[in-house]
Design a protein around this ligand. Structure first.
Ligand SMILES: [Zn+2]
Ligand SMILES: [Zn+2]
Length: 366
């Protein structure tokens, strides 16, 4: 049955988000309805509202959540009402060449449908009965969400929902970039540019991988102090310490790996320039589509450096989500420390304003 609840909606570019009552339609045959327990406020949600990510208006936001299944589509046989689930924002199809080769983060299918369900329609209506879009195949910044079955992963119900929610984006993206994409080797020197929600998770991923030096680079001293908690061994603030590339090379030597977690052409260039010959620079941040990166072409052959990207931590959600939750339970992965502030859904506009100062703000539902 359809359910009515509050949702956070992007109505106008550059304007604060709006909190409205919406109707969430019952799930189709291969879908489930989830009662959302917690939803993180991620930089990508903000990017949708200010136009950095091109996104139509009238979109229900949110893509980093955990909750409980309240209704199953008729063909869903491997989940039950009452199951605790995390949400993946790539509903892997399981049949395209990328899913088959074990790289569902590159699945062809979600992109084709944009802000709609897999059949091209919407499960969301506003008070006037008008169709609303689903942000990142998810739309989980809402009391209820109807999702493709492939988007939900059964997880341990004993984990606090705000911690489980963060696994769905920031943690998977950051830790996955280190463990899945780069496969950082023990004893490596790692530089991390940008110590926000994703950057902190790259830092703790590098710690888990056994890096011997982890340099956090950020222009904000508070974020750098926080980076220490997650495992940074050296801190660089380019506004005080001068050029980050020089500073890092002088302090720890040229890194084996660098991770760019901002999405900005200058810092992407720096992340390539700073690594050692044969090292790997991984771009995790999503830059605006207009930005271009220029590199001295001669360096490509003579240094054999690898410049690559990491999409959603190259995750295989059904393998990685339970693994990350287990690492949390055994106190190897920090999740509680990521949650800086909890909000009620009515305070969502403030949660968006606070994004710069929070590691992660999380909207909690009753
Ligand atoms: Zn996100
Ligand atoms: Zn696929």
């Amino acid at each position: 049955m359809s359910r009515v609840g509050k949702a956070v909606i992007h109505r106008e570019v550059g304007k604060p988000v709006s909190v409205e009552e919406v109707t969430v339609l019952s799930p189709g045959p291969d879908e489930v309805m989830v009662k959302v327990s917690a939803c993180g406020v991620c930089h990508s949600d903000l990017s949708a509202t200010n136009g950095t990510i091109p996104m139509p208006t009238d979109t229900v936001l949110g893509h980093e959540a955990a909750g409980t299944i309240v209704e199953l589509g008729e063909r869903v046989g491997d989940l039950a009402v009452g199951d605790t689930v995390g949400v993946s924002w790539i509903p892997m199809c399981g049949t395209c060449r990328f899913c088959i080769m074990g790289r569902p983060a590159l699945c062809d299918r979600p992109a084709k449908h944009g802000p709609r369900m897999q059949d091209g329609s919407s499960r969301l209506r506003d008070k006037a009965g008008k169709e609303l879009n689903h942000f990142m195949s998810s739309a989980v910044m809402a009391e209820y969400a109807t999702l493709p079955r492939q988007s939900v992963i059964k997880i341990d119900p004993s984990v606090p929902p705000e911690c489980a929610a963060l696994v769905g984006c920031a943690v998977t993206t950051g830790v996955g970039a280190v463990l899945n994409t780069a496969k950082v080797e023990p004893g490596s020197i790692v530089a991390v540019i940008g110590a926000g929600g994703v950057g902190l998770n790259v830092i703790q991923g590098a710690r888990l991988a056994g890096a011997r030096a982890i340099v956090a680079v950020d222009t904000n001293d508070e974020k750098l102090e926080f980076a220490k908690v997650f495992g940074a061994t050296h801190l660089v603030n380019p506004t005080k310490d001068g050029d980050a590339v020089d500073r890092i090379k002088k302090t720890v030597g040229a890194p084996d790996y660098s991770f760019e977690c901002i999405g900005f052409s200058d810092t992407i260039r720096q992340s390539y320039m700073m690594i050692r010959k044969g090292g790997m620079a991984v771009v995790v941040g999503i830059a605006p589509a207009s930005q271009k990166v220029e590199l001295p072409a001669v360096l490509l052959p003579i240094t054999e450096k690898i410049l690559t990207g990491s999409m959603y931590g190259s995750t295989r959600p059904r393998v990685d989500f339970p693994k990350l939750i287990e690492l949390y339970k055994t106190k190897q992965l920090l999740l509680d420390e990521l949650v800086t502030q909890r909000y009620r859904i009515e305070d969502a506009p403030r949660a968006f304003e606070d994004m710069k100062k929070n590691a992660r703000g999380v909207i909690m539902f009753d």
